[in-house]
Every structure is written in C-alpha cells, then in structure tokens.
Design a protein around this ligand. Structure first.
Ligand code: ADP
Ligand code: MG
Length: 410
C-alpha cells in the first residue's frame, strides 16, 4: 500500500446509510476556555457542524464523543463539556442533551432513547484513565452505545486512544467524517507526489516533540526553513551564542545530526542569519537586532531578523508545495510578531499564485488568522501534532483503524 493509499481509501460518512442508526461521532471539542469557563474560540465546534448536520439530514442519531484538556482520568468540573453543549445547541438550533458520563448504564439508556432530530453529547472521555490507555473493556462500552462509528477528530488521530482507535476496531463500519475527509484529501496530496520545490517551514516552541519530524521530512522536501524557538537549539548546536533563549539541551546531539543529514542529502536547511533579541519576553521591552555572529548574550531571541526573513520569503515564493508548522517568534506579543506575520503573508501570496500550501498547528493557525490570510491559504489543518506526523509519513492509528472502501461489513 502506498503512503497516500493508506489515507485515500478509507470509508467516509458518505459511504454509509445512517437512517435510524445511532452514530457515535468522535469530534474534537477541545476548545480553549477562558478562566471563567467561557468558550474563547468555537472554531473547532463550527468545523465539525457539517458532519453532525450530515448525520441528522440522513435521519441518523448523533452521539458526540470528545475530550477536553487533560483531566488525567479524574472528573474535573472545569473540564466538563457543559459549555460546549450550550454553544452547540445555539449553533445547531436544536436540542442537545449532555450525558453525565461517556459510558455506563445511564448513558446507554440515554443513547438508546435518543429521539429523531435530537443530539446527545457525552461527557469528557478523559475523565477515565482507560481512554488514554486504550483499555479494551472501556472501548467496548463506547462501542455499545451506537451502530456506526464516525471519526471527525483529525487533531487526535495520532493518538491510539479508546475513543479514536479502540472503539473503531469494535464498532464497524468505522468511517471518516467530513472534516476528517477534507484533512485526508489535502494532507494526502503532500504525501502523493507533491510538486517541487517542496518547502517546509518549522518553528514554534515544542522542540523535542518536533525535532524527529525534521529527520523524516528530509526524505520528502527540498528545503527546510527553521525559525522560532526551534531554531535556537540548532543555532546552539552550531556554536552560536543564544543567551537566555529557549532551547532544549537534550536534543542538541539530534540537532547536530540533522544538520549533517541535510548536507548529505543535499537539502537546503536554512537557519536564521539574524534575529530580534529582547531583554525580556514582554511587551515594550528593549529589542536589538543581531547577526548570528554577534549572538544574543544576555538577551532572548524572540523573532527572526530581516535578513533571515528575506531569505525565507525567497524560498517560499519559489515553492510549488508548502507545509508550515510553528510560529517564527513569540507572535502573541506584537513586538515579536513581524517574522511570523510576514511569513504568513508570503505563504498566502504563494498560495494565491498557485502553490499548494498547508498550515498545521493550533498556534500557527491563530497566527494565520491574525495575519488575516486564513482564506488565502490552500488548507489550514485542525491538527497540530497529527498534521506533523501525517506529513512526515507516519500512519496515524486513528486513520489506520477506519474501514477501507470495499471492505466487507459484518
Ligand atoms: P503550534 O501550536 O502551531 O504547533 P507550537 O505550540 O509548537 O506551535 O509553538 C507556538 C509557540 O511558540 C507560541 O506560543 C510562540 O510564542 C512560541 N515561540 C515561537 N518562537 C519562540 C521563541 N523564539 N522563543 C520562545 N517561544 C517561541
Ligand atoms: Mg501550540
């Protein structure tokens, strides 16, 4: 099976008859909440509305399943899906019931007695440790709630959890929802013979989690542009003075390996030539521009510099295929947002000019929104870690567990 076939040939919600069926839909309602428990941004809820509407339009009975935050197997009231229930009811314009839990006798009764046109939202599945442990008995209890399984939560597809993987093995057919389908279509194109040059832009703060990705990307792309906190570890590995900047000691060796690997493979691996050095990471602090030879002694690298930006933009403008994950600086603070916003503009311009451009990652997606170019980019993925693992060619457990087209159903 080729890399893209693994994601191309999965059954979707359009391949199954749902009339009268109870449909367990794994959604990603892990929305950012403000301190008083209000929903800050409901984009994840909106993104999955087409799938819920599709189930309802076919006469199916949607039973929605999601996680929220990291309650680590205990009931945490602040991580209840109650605020989501209220918002969803408003968005759908119909009754949404919230179950007190996601499994158990009472919940099974609620699922069984769900009326036509009604929606049931299950409580946060991470209130159970068995969820992240992918415990088979727990997955079986989830499977007992419905007749069909739909996965619309691309953002958690890289995790083999009970609600993403275990239940899909037990409740067949297991199909992709409309949002998942869209993700697979767009991201799949990055695996299946992307047009060249293919440029990857990597940044952000989760260095150790992302550094391995770079190794695997080497076999797929022509150039890798590295900015943000991620670049600091590489700069340090090359002996650049990075002052008090964010970096990760434990992956310095891997960083060196990656730089060598890029050279062996003849890939352009572009690190910052200059950067904005701040006294502190806060608004209104003193900022100086420094070349990499000067270094950042006594300061903090908070954004890429102008020379770097010009180089990055040249690569982006020439690209036919682009994948971007991770901001180029601490873009939440305006003083350090220039590199990220300019990269967003240039990715959008390339995309408008015909390049195939995909952006992944929660913070990168908000940066793109901040730059006002979300609609000008081929695809903004709802997945962070999931999009990275997909793009580096890993098979995501949540996708592998879905039924193949043409597969005989029990
Ligand atoms: P995403 O959510 O898109 O996958 P990450 O979560 O990995 O991206 O990284 C986003 C965070 O990285 C942002 O909060 C941003 O402030 C931070 N960041 C970017 N550059 C730097 C830097 N030079 N130093 C510290 N933090 C940085
Ligand atoms: Mg993030």
């Amino acid at each position: 099976m080729s890399r893209s076939e693994y994601s191309d040939n999965r059954m979707t919600i359009e391949d199954v008859a749902l009339s009268g069926k109870r449909v367990l839909v794994r959604v990603d309602f892990n929305v950012p909440l403000s301190e008083d428990g209000k929903i800050d941004d409901d984009f994840r809820i909106r993104a999955t509305l087409p799938t819920i509407e599709c189930v309802l339009a076919q006469g199916g009975r949607p039973i929605l399943l999601s996680h929220m935050g990291r309650p680590k197997g205990k009931r945490v009231d602040g991580l209840s899906l109650a605020p989501v229930r209220a918002r969803l009811e408003g968005l759908l314009g119909r009754k949404v019931h919230l179950a007190p839990d996601c499994v158990g006798d009472g919940v099974e009764e609620m699922a069984a007695s769900l009326g036509p046109g009604e929606v049931l939202l299950l409580e946060n599945c991470r209130f159970h440790l068995e969820e992240t442990e992918n415990e088979p008995g727990f997955a079986a209890k989830l499977a007992a709630l419905a007749d069909v399984y739909v996965n619309d939560a691309f953002g958690t597809a890289h995790r083999a959890h009970a609600s993403t993987e275990g239940v899909a093995r037990l409740l067949r057919p297991a199909v992709a929802g409309l949002l998942m389908k869209k993700e697979l279509e767009f991201l799949g194109k990055l695996l299946a013979g992307p047009k060249r040059p293919y440029v990857a832009i990597l940044g952000g703060a989760k260095i150790s989690g992302k550094i391995e990705v770079l190794k695997n990307l080497m076999d797929r792309v022509d150039a890798i542009l590295v900015g943000g906190g991620m670049a600091n570890t590489f700069l340090k590995a090359e002996g650049v003075e990075i002052g008090d900047s964010l970096y990760e000691e434990t992956v310095l060796d891997v960083a060196r390996e990656i730089i060598d690997l890029a050279e062996t493979k003849g890939i352009a691996f572009v690190l910052p030539d200059d950067f904005a050095v701040a006294d502190e990471v806060r608004p209104g602090t003193r900022i100086r521009m420094a070349m990499r030879e000067e270094g950042a002694a006594g300061g903090y690298i908070a954004d890429i510099g102008d020379k770097t930006l010009v180089g990055f933009i040249e690569h982006i403008a020439r690209a036919e295929t682009i994948f971007w994950n991770g901001p180029m600086g601490v873009f939440e603070i305006e003083d350090f947002s220039r590199g990220t916003l300019e990269v967003a503009q240039s990715v959008a311009a390339a995309s408008q000019g015909g390049a195939f451009a995909v952006v992944g990652g929660g913070d990168t997606a908000s940066a793109v929104a901040k730059a006002n170019v979300k609609d000008k980019i081929t695809h903004v993925s709802t997945g962070g870690g999931a999009s990275l693992e997909f793009v580096e060619g890993k098979e995501l457990p949540g996708i592998v567990a879905l039924s193949m087209k043409g597969e005989v159903q029990p």
